[in-house]
Structures are given as structure tokens and as C-alpha cells.
Design a protein around this ligand. Structure first.
Ligand code: NAI
Length: 329
């Protein structure tokens, strides 16, 4: 099959080309997919997209008009897809539901450790010959209460990591993970999660019910000095409410791998440009905030798995073995 691959970076080209043992024709485009760039998919039966490609109704209509039948997402989340439009246009949506939950869970742990021991600041100090410890006082993770919101594949791995460190783990998920509850993870309603957690890590999908899950009211209900980690999706957090929480010191530590307006920033080098996003700029002023640019998934193991499953999805579709939107459930 001929596939237009949008938002292609050097690493996408390397891993997808290496995994393409089925001989598909991959046409790589650096540009992101949107209604205008959809023209680049002319002559292709499928497009392959990533997290910040636009898959709204008008883009899907533009793709369908050119004969595209399959949207092969090379990511787990699918909040960027207008599923109703895709259904009405009879487009098939495939995704990679699991590539390495360890990659994301370990990144969440990395953010926690960076923040609680101020490693980001310590690294800069030592490079400046400043070996003082003032301001670097940390706390043990051991015995702290960690709340995991969403105990699917990633949340389960993180819960096990935190149990291994000796934390108490509490969780909220509409579906209780029996393996975790058997290991002592205590499922609580959200209103009991906020006041009891020292650390809160978000691992639920971005859906209408979880949009701005972290907002002025929920921040107010949290413990003073709470650590908040988001490697899920930016829209889970109302960033302005979190900035207010940082200013009042309600939030003691913030670790982000995702940001609601990230589509205008992440995955590109803007080091020669002026930052236009004032909300993001404010976040960068806090010493107790660490931000990475949606890299939690970015391990060799995950990229290899993403490429393998994406190409297998395309091959299955070609052989008529994929139901419409079968992979998005
Ligand atoms: P999953 O589908 O295995 O688990 C999601 C869990 O969230 C499920 O157990 C589900 O029951 C639960 N859930 C659904 N609605 C909820 C609600 N209202 N409140 C709390 N929990 C709810 O997904 P997985 O693989 O664990 O990924 C989780 C999220 O992580 C993805 O949706 C995606 O947005 C994000 N992600 C981020 C990456 C990154 O690089 N930063 C990479 C991969 C995923």
C-alpha cells in the first residue's frame, strides 16, 4: 500500500523503514497533517499520523475525498481524531494501543525523582562550580502516598514501580485493576484521592470526562505542597489553575511531559524564535517545575514496537482484516 507519513522525523523514517518488511510504499512528509497538507496524501490509500496531527472533520473530509481509507495512528492516544466524522466517512482508524508502557511509566518516575531531589538545579550548580546544598533539600519517596489516576497499562506499571520503592499507592479508575488491588493498591473516589496524595500522576485518556480534571476546585482539595505529574495528555490539566496553585505553594512540584497547547511548540526546534505562549513562559519561571516535550514514549524499544505494529495494522487493513475503528476501543 502507499502511505503518506506525516510529521516524519529522522527517527520515524529510520524505524518505519527498518520495519517495512512487507514492502509498503512510505512517502515521508516532515509537515504535520491538517486540512491544507492533506493534499500531500494524493494517490495514497492511507495516512500515518502522530499525536499533534490534526484529524478534525474537515481534514478527514479532505483525506477521504482523495481516496484515503485508513488512518494509521503511530501512537496510543486518539483524542485528536473526530471519530464521528471518521465513522460517517467510513474511514478505518488504527492505533498502537500498547508499545512500551514501561517507557512512559519510567519517565513519570524520572520526573518525580528530578523534582523531589532538585536534580535539574543540582546539575546546573555543579557545572558552575557551585557545590552548596541550600535549596536542594529533598524528601524520601519511601512511605509517601502516590495516587495514580488511570490504572491501565501505563498506570499499572507505574503502580508496581512505586510499590517497589515502598510507597503507598492509591488509585482512581472507573475500572478496578484486580491485579493491583490484590497487591494492596487502594481504589478511592476522586474526592478522597485529592486530600490523601503526596504525589498525583495522571495516566487516564483525555476524554470529555477527564478534560481539566485538574482545575481550581481539585487543586484546592489537594494536600499542601503536592507533587503533580502529567505524562497523559495536556488537556487533563487547566494550566492556569495549576499556575495559581504553584504561586500559592499549594502545588509544591510540577512535572509535565504534555501541555494543552503543545501542538504549537513540541517536536520542533524554536531556539532561534521568541516564545509567544505566555502561559507556557510563566510555567518556565518556576524552579519547582520540570517540563519535557512529549518524550515519555521516546525509547528505542517503544519506537521499534510502534513501527512494527503500525505496519502490521496497515497490512491487516490491506488484507481486509481490520474492522472500522476496531483499534480504537
Ligand atoms: P490504557 O487504555 O491502558 O489505560 C487508561 C486507563 O484509564 C484505563 O484503565 C481506563 O479505565 C482509565 N480511565 C478511563 N476513563 C477514566 C477516568 N475518567 N478517570 C480515570 N481513569 C480513567 O492506556 P495507557 O496505555 O495506560 O495510556 C494512558 C494514556 O497515556 C493515554 O491515553 C495517552 O493519553 C497517554 N500516553 C502518553 C504518552 C507520552 O509519550 N507522554 C505515550 C503513551 C500514552
Amino acid at each position: 500500500m502507499k502511505i503518506a507519513v506525516f510529521s516524519s522525523k529522522a527517527y520515524d523514517i529510520e524505524y518505519l523503514s527498518a520495519a517495512n518488511t512487507q514492502g509498503h510504499t512510505l512517502v515521508f512528509h516532515e509537515t504535520a497533517l491538517n486540512e491544507q497538507s492533506a493534499l500531500l496524501a494524493q494517490g495514497c490509500n492511507a495516512v500515518c499520523c502522530f499525536v499533534n496531527d490534526t484529524l478534525d472533520s474537515s481534514t478527514l473530509h479532505a483525506l477521504a475525498a482523495q481516496g484515503v481509507r485508513l488512518i494509521a495512528l503511530r501512537c496510543a492516544g486518539f483524542n485528536q481524531v473526530d471519530l464521528a466524522a471518521a465513522t460517517s466517512l467510513e474511514l478505518t482508524i488504527a492505533r498502537v494501543p500498547e508499545y512500551s508502557p514501561h517507557a512512559v511509566a519510567e519517565h513519570a518516575l524520572g520526573l518525580m525523582l528530578m523534582l523531589n531531589r532538585h536534580l535539574h538545579r543540582a546539575h546546573h550548580r555543579v557545572r558552575e562550580n557551585d557545590f552548596s546544598l541550600n535549596g536542594l533539600l529533598g524528601f524520601d519517596l519511601y512511605n509517601k502516598t502516590v495516587a495514580i489516576i488511570g490504572t491501565g497499562k501505563i498506570g499499572e506499571v507505574l503502580a508496581n514501580i512505586m510499590l517497589g520503592i515502598g510507597c503507598r499507592v492509591i488509585a482512581y479508575d472507573p475500572v478496578v485493576n484486580r491485579t493491583l488491588s490484590a497487591r494492596g493498591v487502594n481504589y478511592l473516589p476522586l474526592n478522597e484521592i485529592w486530600p490523601n496524595a503526596d504525589i498525583i500522576s495522571l495516566h487516564c485518556p483525555l476524554v470529555p470526562a477527564t478534560h481539566h480534571l485538574i482545575n481550581t476546585e481539585t487543586v484546592a482539595a489537594m494536600k499542601d505542597g503536592v507533587m503533580l505529574i502529567n505524562t497523559g495528555r495536556g488537556g487533563l490539566i487547566d494550566t492556569r489553575a495549576v499556575i495559581a496553585g504553584l504561586k500559592s505553594r499549594k502545588i509544591g512540584y510540577l512535572g509535565l511531559d504534555v501541555y494543552e497547547e503543545e501542538a504549537k511548540l513540541f517536536f520542533e526546534d524554536y531556539s532561534n524564535n521568541l516564545l509567544q505562549d505566555d502561559v507556557f513562559a510563566r510555567l518556565l519561571t518556576f524552579p519547582n517545575v520540570v517540563i519535557t516535550g512529549h518524550q515519555a514514549f521516546f525509547t528505542r524499544e517503544a519506537l521499534a514496537a510502534i513501527a512494527r505494529v503500525t505496519l502490521a495494522n496497515i497490512t491487516h487493513f490491506e488484507h481486509g482484516e481490520l474492522d472500522q475503528i476496531c483499534c480504537v476501543s
